[in-house]
Design a binder for this molecule. Structure first.
Ligand code: ZN
Ligand code: ZN
Length: 81
């Protein structure tokens, strides 16, 4: 699953969420491979506000998102102040 934006960016930048890691790529598969290689056993956290779901596999997280937050998809980075 790839989500594309049409607001001028050719592709969406995905950044590794691990603190101190500045790995950036443009597709989820690459990010998954990076995460598994560089950060084995990493806990993934649900990004949805108010949800404290965690897991260690992207597959599980994708299922969780699809089941629990079907509308969330990739939340647009709306900066709240
Ligand atoms: Zn990383
Ligand atoms: Zn959640």
């Amino acid at each position: 699953m790839f989500w594309k934006r049409r607001d001028g960016h050719a592709s969406t930048e995905l950044q590794c969420e691990v603190e101190g890691c500045d790995f950036i790529c443009h597709d989820m598969l690459t990010l998954q491979k990076h995460t598994f290689k560089k950060h084995p056993g990493l806990q993934l956290r649900c990004k949805v506000e108010g949800c404290d779901f965690t897991c260690t596999e992207f597959m599980t997280m994708e299922k969780h998102m699809a089941w629990k937050h079907p509308q969330a998809k990739e939340a647009s980075p709306s900066a709240k102040s």
